[in-house]
Design a protein around this ligand. Structure first.
Ligand code: B12
Ligand code: SF4
Length: 453
């Protein structure tokens, strides 16, 4: 016979008599000892970090990070930034296996250090956690934000460095040869870090000159898709594109034409060992940082010869999307490199994702001379309205319908995304009434050319 269900009162009594509860009730609750800034920094250094800083989540530079930090650790009060140096001769080697080995070794050490710091703080009674140092891993959110915390933003707020022209953080002593990690903690630390006071970037623009795909512009713009399409060719969604080449090829001969055997082998190395970045030349050539700059300062020409030239003159495949600024850049600046035309693997999956992703894939070249305003009404469960203005190489995206449109577009989101990703043709959608446009329809072709796929 089954025993009757325990009453709530009965279950509470049983809970209070549980050996773990009895044992803990007999001891005082753990009151975490207050932490000084110096104590946290020491904990990080003892863990193996080259530098560390702690900053309150209320720091104005972390405003955008706040919801993500709270989502990861609801009681978070502070974030600890950790810095670990990389070995610069390795990173500068034209043999990318040497550079990538160092990125991965230091990356793994960085994760271990961050884990040690988080565990040490938790043992002191301050709940803490360490998100991964490296790849954007929260792929459910792709193509949106796929990282838990932006290590760069935390490092800058903690005064450990400043964002260089190449969009990586430069440490005043170790320069660009650093990887970063962040520990989220419930510990509260009083006071603010001493301001760094200067930007370690010396505006030499060597990163601009070295980047094979022209991802960095001299005045500071960073072309995300150019970097991503080349540098991340063999992993994340670049890998997805290779799979699609397999699916689309008629036979093995066509597949070999699309993906040469050396590239298949390289992809295998990325999958079986660790991802092979294709460049990171912007980091390799950067002379900034007190412990890095001496050779550049003493003999600039020799530095260019020994550090920059071996990378820029290397004959290697460079991956670009047809019609992109990167394609034009490789043809003009690096004709000796092997141009490999690939498809963009950055594909929107929602109307909001489509609009948010436009700045990441926008190409200034095809947009030159175009001055047009596009109004969109894309139907999901409700209608998402947005205005896209392209004004002679400059892109602006507004929520809602703003100003007078040269072209008005209305469609169900899935139909529009199918057109954008070339699954269906715009002509079919127009003829079947699934796509409605008003105004100068020819401007839609110009629009498409600004976001090549
Ligand atoms: C996304 C990302 C990338 C992207 C975008 C780079 C970028 N400039 O942000 C890509 C894939 C291109 C990339 C490449 C590289 N990265 Co990376 N990357 C990250 C990541 C996950 C988040 C970056 C971030 O904070 N972005 C937000 C803001 C602060 O960046 P932003 O420059 O203002 O904005 C750009 C991005 O947000 C991007 N973006 C916007 N929306 C979306 C959506 C998606 C899905 C993606 C992928 C990107 C993206 O576009 C913006 C404009 O370019 C961090 C790890 C982490 N969790 O923090 C490492 C990190 C920034 N990367 C790092 C490194 C070392 C590299 C590479 C050198 C890798 C390599 N070996 O080749 C290259 C360098 C390229 C470069 N010049 O930046 C280091 C930088 C260390 C440092 N000194 O600052 C970090 C901090 C990793 C680490 N733990 O050390 N990376
Ligand atoms: S290479 Fe020169 S311009 Fe580029 S980030 Fe380093 S110091 Fe700044």
């Amino acid at each position: 016979m089954q025993s009757p269900e325990p009453t709530v009162k009965g279950s509470r009594a049983a809970f209070e008599q549980h050996p773990t509860v009895v044992s803990l009730r007999g001891r005082p609750s753990l009151v975490p000892a207050p932490l000084t800034r110096a104590r946290v920094e020491q904990l990080a250094r003892d863990g193996g970090a080259d530098d560390a800083g702690i900053v309150s989540i209320d720091h104005p530079d972390l405003k955008e990070e706040l919801p993500y930090l709270r989502q990861a650790l609801p009681g978070v009060r502070s974030v600890i930034s950790l810095v670990l140096g990389t070995h610069k001769e390795d990173i500068r080697s034209p043999a990318r296996s040497v550079a990538n080995g160092e990125f991965h070794r230091v990356g793994e050490r960085m994760d271990e250090i961050a884990a040690r710091v988080a565990q040490g703080l938790s043992q002191l009674g301050h709940a803490s956690l360490n998100p991964p140092m490296a790849f954007p891993m929260e792929m459910d959110a792709f193509p949106g934000r796929t990282w838990v915390v932006s290590h760069k933003k935390v490092a800058v707020a903690a005064q450990l460095g400043r964002m260089g022209l190449h969009r990586s953080v430069i440490h005043p002593r170790l320069g660009s040869f650093v990887l970063l990690a962040t520990v989220l903690t419930e510990a509260e630390v009083e006071g603010e870090a001493e301001p760094l006071g200067f930007n370690p970037c010396v505006s030499c623009k060597l990163c601009v000159a070295a980047c094979p795909v022209g991802a960095i512009e001299p005045e500071g713009a960073f072309h995300f898709s150019a970097c991503y399409d080349h540098n991340y060719r063999e992993f994340m969604t670049g890998f997805g594109d290779v799979l699609e080449q397999v699916a689309e090829s008629r036979d093995r001969h066509e597949l070999r034409e699309r993906v040469p055997i050396a590239e298949t082998a390289s992809l295998w190395q990325s999958l079986s060992y660790k991802p092979s970045y294709k460049a990171a030349y912007c980091i390799a050539v950067c002379p900034a940082g007190e412990e890095v700059m001496r050779p550049f300062l003493d003999d600039r020409a020799a530095f260019l010869r020994s550090v920059v030239k071996p990378l820029t003159s290397k004959e290697e495949p460079v991956y670009v999307v047809a019609g992109s600024d990167a394609e034009e850049h490789v043809r003009r600046r690096f004709p000796h490199k092997r141009l490999r035309v690939v498809q963009s693997s950055l594909r929107p999956t929602s109307a909001r994702g489509f609009f948010a992703g436009l700045p990441l894939t926008f190409q200034r070249g095809p947009a030159r001379g175009l001055k047009a305003t596009f109004h969109f009404e894309l139907l999901e469960t409700d209608v998402i309205r947005a205005t896209v203005v392209i004004h002679d190489g400059v892109l602006t995206v507004h929520e809602g319908l703003v100003g007078d449109a040269d072209v008005y577009v209305s469609a169900a989101t899935d139909v529009w995304l199918d057109i954008v990703t070339k699954k269906r043709s715009a002509v079919w959608a127009l003829l079947t009434g699934r796509l409605k446009t008003k105004g100068n329809r020819s401007l839609l072709d110009r629009f498409g050319a600004c976001f090549p796929r």
